[in-house]
Design a protein around this ligand. Structure first.
Ligand SMILES: NC(=O)c1ccc[n+]([C@@H]2O[C@H](COP(=O)([O-])OP(=O)(O)OC[C@H]3O[C@@H](n4cnc5c(N)ncnc54)[C@H](OP(=O)(O)O)[C@@H]3O)[C@@H](O)[C@H]2O)c1
Length: 188
């Protein structure tokens, strides 16, 4: 089982739009149905792992976004309307143990956001960081840093041009450990 974070980001390094939407939602190529390679990526995955902030909008989607994946969510509470099959926990170490014990040999798509990626990286559990750099500049938004530190040892693995002008870059990041990101003061 590999834990593989995959994030879209603008060419100026923002993983969200200035309004807080995931970066890819601003890309006309993505919105018009080009997938940024996500289908191939998901072929080897059996589970999706994410933070509560990234998870909650899915509860009001018309379509459940992860029909073929087991879903694990890190958060202090189980949001209202969470389907029974979704596993939630407020302790990243315990959630990781649940993820591992449920594993049937497939990989885990670590969806994000930055804080949750930083959390699992700090536990030494992040195997790859895959970036999809969009051909767009946002001028603002949320960045992957400082949740994932600048001292993270990224080892280049491969790159690929995607339809619509995006570029996928895959790094391995085993071996480097950071501090668990602090909970923001407003959430303590
Ligand atoms: N570009 C992309 O590909 C992409 C992908 C995914 C998400 N995003 C964007 O990322 C943004 C959200 O990112 P985010 O970093 O703010 O939020 P997040 O990682 O999605 O969720 C953060 C929440 O997860 C829980 N959590 C994380 N680390 C924890 C720890 N060490 N201990 C306990 N709980 C922990 C906490 O939940 P509680 O508050 O319940 O305690 C925390 O508030 C959204 O705007 C979304 O659009 C972008």
């Amino acid at each position: 089982m590999q834990i593989r974070a995959r994030m879209s980001m603008s060419a100026d390094g923002y993983v969200t739009t200035p309004n807080g939407w995931p970066a890819q939602t601003a890309d006309p190529a993505f919105v018009s149905g080009q997938s940024h390679g996500i289908r191939e990526f998901l072929e080897g995955c059996e589970a999706a792992l994410m933070g509560r902030t990234t998870f909650e909008p899915a509860l009001s989607n018309n379509r459940w976004p992860w029909p073929d994946l087991d879903v694990f969510v890190l958060g202090s509470h189980r949001p209202d309307g969470t389907p029974d099959h979704v596993v939630t926990d407020n302790d990243p170490v315990r959630l990781l143990a649940k993820l591992r014990s449920a594993n049937r040999g497939g990989d885990v798509h670590l969806i994000g956001g930055p804080r949750t990626i930083g959390t699992f990286h700090a536990l030494g559990a992040l195997d790859t960081l895959e970036l999809v750099v969009l051909p767009m500049l946002f001028g603002g938004g949320m960045q992957l840093t400082p949740m994932v530190g600048p001292d993270t040892g990224l080892v280049f693995q491969r790159e690929r041009a995607l339809p619509g002008g995006s570029v996928e870059i895959v790094y391995s990041c085993k071996g480097s450990r950071a501090e668990l990101p602090n909970k923001p003061a407003s959430q303590r």
